[in-house]
Design a protein around this ligand. Structure first.
Ligand code: KMH
Ligand code: ZN
Length: 270
């Protein structure tokens, strides 16, 4: 792995609401402004969801198109659209972002308890989404929430539905899924194919401990209000950019610089 750290900013998500934090962006303008702030802070990727005017989760193609247009006008961050959307959405509904020629898209590698709900990703849906991501000429980032998702990712590779090198995000600490523990992360990393790139997104209070661990292990990091709304205990983060800034400081303490979008693009297309 390269020494530079790829920082992904998950700036919107599908679940976090203004009742929890006033700092979550909803409109395309707000989302694009936050993407720019995060890019300036050191994020090379923005993991993107969109929202309806009332803040409810959406995967609407037109909203994605408008939001991505505004982001591209403001900065050169790599846009990674969500194909996960929100719990309960159909596969078809989830794929609106693929219509905007994103450079990356998430590919969720299995079903998982998600709070009180179940986030459904049965194998036929995974296959379908993998094919649609490839048809859109986007690079998939494999989202793994559970240990068994690793084997699903390896099956995707074996069956030629995704290509090497894999780009993997371990999303750890979702209520209902495997915990964000050092032993878990070390095991998951040890099982990856040698060429795989990996990062970790710790949920809630696990965000910075997992980031710290990943930085020490040579991995990449995802932060943002989608996963965690606090900059430190009891202090709401005023958007996702302060979370990115904090990871940049942590990375520098490890002697690692943030990866630029250009450096990432070179790796994505290598
Ligand atoms: N909102 C979660 C249920 C993704 O973006 O691909 C799923 C999610 C994953 O956020
Ligand atoms: Zn997401």
């Amino acid at each position: 792995m390269s020494d530079a750290v790829l920082i992904t900013a998950a700036i919107v998500g599908a679940e976090v609401t203004r009742a929890q934090t006033p700092h979550v962006p909803y409109s395309p303008e707000e989302i694009a402004a936050e993407a720019k702030r995060c890019a300036e802070a050191g994020a090379a990727v923005v993991h993107l969801h969109v929202r309806n005017e009332d803040g409810s989760a959406s995967q609407d193609a037109k909203l994605f198109a408008e939001t991505i247009r505004l982001i591209r006008a403001r900065c050169d961050v790599v846009v990674q659209v969500s194909t996960g959307g929100a719990v309960g959405m159909s596969v078809e509904e989830r794929l609106g972002g693929l219509e905007s020629a994103p450079e990356m898209a998430t590919l969720n590698c299995g079903s998982v308890n998600f709070g009180d709900d179940v986030f459904q990703n049965p194998w036929p849906a995974m296959k379908d989404i993998a094919q649609r991501i490839r048809a859109a000429n986007a690079i998939p980032e494999l989202e793994l929430y559970e240990v068994g998702h690793l084997d699903a990712a390896l099956r995707l590779l074996r069956e030629g539905l995704v290509s090497e090198p894999l780009w993997v995000q371990f999303v750890l600490g979702v209520p209902g899924a495997i915990g964000a523990r050092e032993s878990v992360l070390r095991f998951l990393v040890s099982e990856l194919p040698p060429k795989a790139h990996w990062g970790v997104a710790g949920v809630g209070r696990h965000q910075f401990p997992m980031a710290e661990l990943a930085l020490g292990l040579g991995g990449h990091v995802r932060v943002g209000l989608e996963d965690n709304i606090y900059l430190e205990r009891g202090v709401l983060s005023e958007g996702s950019a302060p979370l990115v800034q904090k990871v940049v400081s942590m990375a520098r303490a490890h002697g690692r610089d943030p990866m630029t979008p250009a450096a990432l693009r070179a790796q994505l297309r290598a």
